[in-house]
Design a protein around this ligand. Structure first.
Ligand SMILES: *Cc1c(COP(=O)(O)O)cnc(C)c1O
Length: 393
């Protein structure tokens, strides 16, 4: 205990201690914190579905009809009709043979990579991939080669070099939209590499699903290459406004995971209310309302990022609803975040180890139902606070 206390004290001294903030209202473009109203600029509820009446109604009805819990893991007695309906719906949405629901994106990435690859295999992983992918690679025991972020040329050279000693299966794995930079993976180039080297391609579309592509089918739809991605992983906790995750793939892959994926096998399955919300969310995303919300989100992004880039800030190559503002060192970053919070603007300051040292940033995530006025004021407040901080005032 004494060691832990010392460790926590050290973190606090370094300005690196992480603590929780209590949100006292439902998730929306504004939330109540400490009894006061704040503009929320750090939620992944991109389309505003987390508090949508259609999802709430679907959840309530499913709880009344099927109960609060699923009672067991999928392979015992917890594979309810709603799981099967949701998997059919996901496969149709992604145009794949089959799909499998996981309890969270974290569990999915762990279980998919562990379930499909072993020590004799090789994984090529983008240097900015999500922690759950990194942990999945470790769990699998496969040899993991990390390639520089979005650098297709470097990846091609790495694969060519590995080719001579190749054994086992090869997997290229990438986020679709990167969570800290807001940039998009070059999927068409990755598809040609995976074809050239006879590898699988896995895309984690936690931040692209619902948002990118004409019908919200994600990064692969954005590039018109849905049928080229072997393993399409996505989550329901972000743009879909609910909770849980999935893999869309061939029947053989899904059957293999049902038999081998530890995070799938050894965990109680998602409850009815969550499954019903996910089903309603896919319908909403695919509907005209979904399209309207995507259009609004894009307009919000243009407005917000043009003010910040116009003021000369480095937005880390973002081209999505995730808008980072590069600051550099932890202290000014956290100071700016806390000043903005005092002004009623809640966004996150991001430090190592989440990002590389020297690239600390304010990170804003936008929603379809933020108003232009709210975003204009917030962007101007960010410009003001950061410029004053950099001037040492
Ligand atoms: C959020 C996220 C996950 C984890 O998904 P959860 O459902 O929140 O566990 C996985 N991958 C990426 C890229 C994410 O952003």
């Amino acid at each position: 205990m004494k060691q832990f206390k010392g460790h926590l004290a050290t973190l606090a001294e370094q300005g690196m201690l992480r603590t929780l903030r209590e949100i006292e209202s439902a998730q929306g473009p504004r939330v109540r914190i400490d009894g006061t109203d704040h503009l929320l600029l750090c939620s992944n509820n991109y389309l505003g579905l987390a508090n949508h009446p259609v999802l709430i109604e679907a959840s309530c009805r499913a709880a009344k009809d099927f109960g609060a819990g699923s009672g067991a893991s999928r392979l015992i007695s917890g594979s309810m009709s709603l799981h099967h309906r949701l998997e059919e719906r996901i496969a149709a949405f992604k145009s794949t043979e089959s799909a499998l629901v996981f309890n969270s994106g974290y569990a999915a990435n762990n279980g998919i990579i562990q379930g499909l690859l072993g020590p004799e295999d090789t994984i090529f992983s983008d240097s900015l991939n999500h922690a759950s992918i990194i942990d999945g690679c470790r769990l699998s025991g496969a040899r993991t080669c990390v390639y520089p972020h979005n650098d297709v040329q470097a990846l091609a050279e790495l694969m060519a070099k590995e080719q001579s000693t190749r054994k086992g299966r090869w997997l290229i794995v990438t986020d679709g939209v990167f969570s800290m930079d807001g940039d998009i993976a070059p999927l068409p180039e990755l598809v040609s590499l995976k074809e050239r080297f006879d590898a699988w391609l896995m895309v984690d579309d936690a931040h692209g699903g619902g948002v990118l592509g004409e019908h919200g089918r994600g990064t692969a739809e954005h590039f018109n290459c849905l049928d080229k991605i072997d393993l399409q992983m996505g989550t329901f906790g972000k743009a879909f406004g609910s909770f849980g995750a999935y893999l869309a793939a061939t029947r053989v892959v899904i059957d293999t995971l049902i038999n081998r994926s530890r995070s799938f096998i050894f965990s109680t399955s998602l409850p009815p209310a969550v499954l019903a919300a996910n089903l309603a969310a896919i319908d909403l995303v695919a509907s005209e309302e979904g399209e309207r919300r995507r259009t609004q989100l894009k307009a919000n992004r243009e407005l917000f990022s043009s003010i910040l880039s116009g003021a000369g800030f480095d937005l880390c190559g973002s081209s999505t609803q995730i808008v980072p503002v590069l600051i550099g060192e932890p202290e000014p970053t956290m100071h700016a975040a806390s000043q903005l919070f005092q002004q009623g603007i809640f966004l996150s300051g991001i430090r190592p180890p989440t990002v590389a040292p020297g690239t600390c940033r304010l990170r804003a995530t936008l929603m379809a139902d933020h108003t232009p006025t709210e975003l204009r004021q917030a962007a101007q407040a960010i410009v003001h606070v950061v410029k004053r901080g950099l001037a040492g005032e």
